[in-house]
Design a protein around this ligand. Structure first.
Ligand code: ZN
Length: 84
C-alpha cells in the first residue's frame, strides 16, 4: 500500500547523490511545487521541482512532524527499493 510522500519544512533527508562537499544530508526549508533544500554539510541552498526532489531523496533521516511519519516513510521506501 503506497501513500504519497509527505515532506515538511525542517525534515532532514538523505539524497542518493553526494553533494560535492561530501554531504548527503539536506534540510528541507521550503515545500510546494518547488522544494528548497539546504545542504547540511556546506549550507548551500538548492531549489528544485518536487518530482525531481522526490526522486533524489533516498530516505528521510529526521522528520519534523512525528516519528510515526518518519517510520512510515522509511518503511515504504525500503519496499519500493526491493520491488525496483
Ligand atoms: Zn554541500
Amino acid at each position: 500500500m503506497y501513500y504519497p510522500k509527505k515532506f515538511n519544512v525542517g525534515d532532514i533527508v538523505q539524497t542518493k547523490k553526494q553533494h560535492p562537499c561530501g554531504s548527503t544530508e539536506w534540510e528541507v526549508t521550503r515545500v510546494g511545487a518547488d522544494f528548497k533544500i539546504k545542504c547540511v554539510g556546506c549550507g548551500r541552498l538548492v531549489m528544485l521541482p518536487r518530482p525531481k526532489f522526490e526522486k533524489s531523496v533516498k530516505k528521510v533521516i529526521k522528520s519534523a512532524m512525528s516519528e510515526d511519519n518518519m517510520d512510515e516513510l522509511g518503511h515504504l521506501k525500503e519496499q519500493k527499493e526491493i520491488l525496483d
